[in-house]
Design a protein around this ligand. Sequence first.
Ligand SMILES: Nc1ncnc2c1ncn2[C@@H]1O[C@H](COP(=O)(O)OP(=O)(O)OP(=O)(O)O)[C@@H](O)[C@H]1O
Ligand SMILES: [Mg+2]
Length: 281
Amino acid sequence: MISVDNLFFSYTHQPFIEGISFDVKAGEIFGFLGPSGAGKSTLQKILTGLISRYDGHVSVDGEEAGNPGKHFYEKIGVDFEFPSLYEKLTGMENLKFFASLYPKSRAPEALLKSVGLNMDADKKVSDYSKGMKSRLNFIKALMHDPNILFLDEPTSGLDPSNARVMKDMILEEKAKGKTIILTTHNMYDATELCDRVAFILDGAIVALDSPRALIMKKGAASLVYTYLENGLEKESTISLTETGSDKTLQRLIAENKVLSIHSSEPTLNDIFVELTGRQLQ
Ligand SMILES: Nc1ncnc2c1ncn2[C@@H]1O[C@H](COP(=O)(O)OP(=O)(O)OP(=O)(O)O)[C@@H](O)[C@H]1O
Ligand SMILES: [Mg+2]
């Protein structure tokens, strides 16, 4: 569905993106994960044609993103970091206005209800909170029922229950067969939502795979167990691969003396740090 081939781009005389290539399959949720300033939003802007002066090829559903045909924006939905809404119009009026720009649209009432904005539909957007604007901007991207969604930090600034609703809606869109490009610096969202994740740093892809494969490839999972010895509680950490050979653990299990036992896999942040020496946040 998306194919990026040898992409070069610079904001200034210094090159920023130098020779990135990757493909996104139809129906996939593909994540860009990286710290602030890594280039995630820049990539989204290139993929959606907002930045058109780049070198290389960026094909989105068969069209060159920097020079798209006139129906390009009917096929894609965009929810970027800063909501683009008319403050003097109500939530409903905003949705109806944007729907009027497209040949088809979904029912605004149902979309407003799905993100809990049905009671605020007739309130001016200038009176919306930041999270309400984020939710409205998100459903605005879904209004014309596009096949490809570009979501830049969609859950940032949302409380946990609204973030949950949005993540479930993203998964529903995937279930309908939509292709979704998601930008985040939240490793939990990336792990939960994305089929594949590209680690982005300094305008480059430093790793690309499924979250599971990234986690399994590097760093063994560890196992932590606690037990009593001479009346004192002790803790031991071993690699998961040592569970069969660790004598203390074997003995404690045989004697039913383990107090607690936990395994912990490395997180995407651990892998990111291992690969780049930088934290995600
Ligand atoms: N219009 C611009 N002109 C010049 N430099 C820019 C412009 N927009 C972004 N940059 C620079 O490009 C780099 C990448 O910015 P980008 O917005 O793509 O990062 P990001 O990964 O989305 O970060 P965040 O997580 O903070 O949103 C930064 O160093 C930024 O300062
Ligand atoms: Mg950004």
